[in-house]
Design a protein around this ligand. Sequence first.
Ligand code: HSE
Length: 435
Amino acid sequence: MAEPLRIGIAGLGTVGAAVARVLSEKAAELTRQCGRGIVVAAVSARHRERERGIDLGTAQWFDDPADMAAKAGIDVFVELIGGEEGAARTSVRTALEAGRHVVTANKALLARHGVGLAEIAEKRGVLLNYEAAVAGGIPVIKTMREAMAGNSVSRVFGILNGTCNYILTRMEAEGLTFDACLNDAQQLGYAEADPTFDIEGHDTAHKLAILSSLAFGHRIAADDIYMEGISNISQADIRAAAELGYRIKLLGVAQRTDSGVEQRVHPTMVPTASVIAQVHGVTNAVAIETDILGELLLSGPGAGGNATASAVVGDIADIAKSRPGFQHGPVFGRPARELVAYRKARMRRHAGGYFIRLTVQDRLGVFAAIAKRMADNEISLESIVQRAADAEAQKTVILVTHETTEAAVRKAVDGITKDGHLLDKPQVIRIERAD
Ligand code: HSE
């Protein structure tokens, strides 16, 4: 049997500890599958003494992960530290430059520096595997990188953040507050160290940036993503959505248009009957639409130690199975030097339906003024509903538009605001076509 694959794990938090546990518990099966053992030869974490409930055997300890990347006798550096700069970036770069394979779950690092790191990996002839970076345990990277050659992607979209989906699901099903749901997501180990990364959409944007590059072959452009989080979604929106036959999800969408590629992250109304609307809790889902394949939907656990560890261990096993002359292909599905510049489609040109919720004074002419602003901007309405609001002398007006543009909606809502009838900030939520 071949020599065992020697790995070094940097970061022993929820995911790192789960990876060590899975490698130990499944050692015999992994050895059979890979034709060689996988040995944790080195580890690095911030707190050496912390009790993690895992046996690290004779693994060599390093206080500094970059030191481990440079000096440990390892074939694979497994980066589970997180963060786009600092120790994660330095140590991954060091490992690649030292000619070691890298496995990482770090979406922020890849979204920011992925192309540069891919260039180093490809030059050194080593693998940079990152299945766990997008949608937790769902094998979407392998699918897009290895199984879809020749397909032209028109749209990739999905629920890419378990924490947000968990919060929205529980707010809808149990009428709970946003804060209570977020607290539970943190206890369950779904949320990022800084949960604003989840709820304000950054985490989804990092993942979308990677998927968009794989889908459309452009250099990663995380800074060009339009982004809105879910922190201003209220029970009023959730209830109105349900009445109108929609459910609210935080979606990441990358879509080819005539003027470039749209990349956007925002709360989205999806039809209640659509498949993506049935994705609940921490589950993630990714839909990919292509010319040859048609529509593919992958769904599964998107966050948490075991789901993420499953993807990390799969990446490590791929390396264990690879032999000289039999390795997987380039990091982003095509050589990094072949990735084209990102051509951004402007958000104001986005076309789609919109949900608009307004809290207005209960006064003669308000309804007519709103309708006029819509007509002036050539926005055709699918429905317009007026309801009693929470306080007296207030009304809630809910509009659902037919397909229009972002620019028209922004102009109409600005006009309504200037008319002076609004008693609260207008709420605008985009509607996404989904089957
Ligand atoms: N905080 C992330 C989520 C973890 O909630 O989906 C997985 O990237």
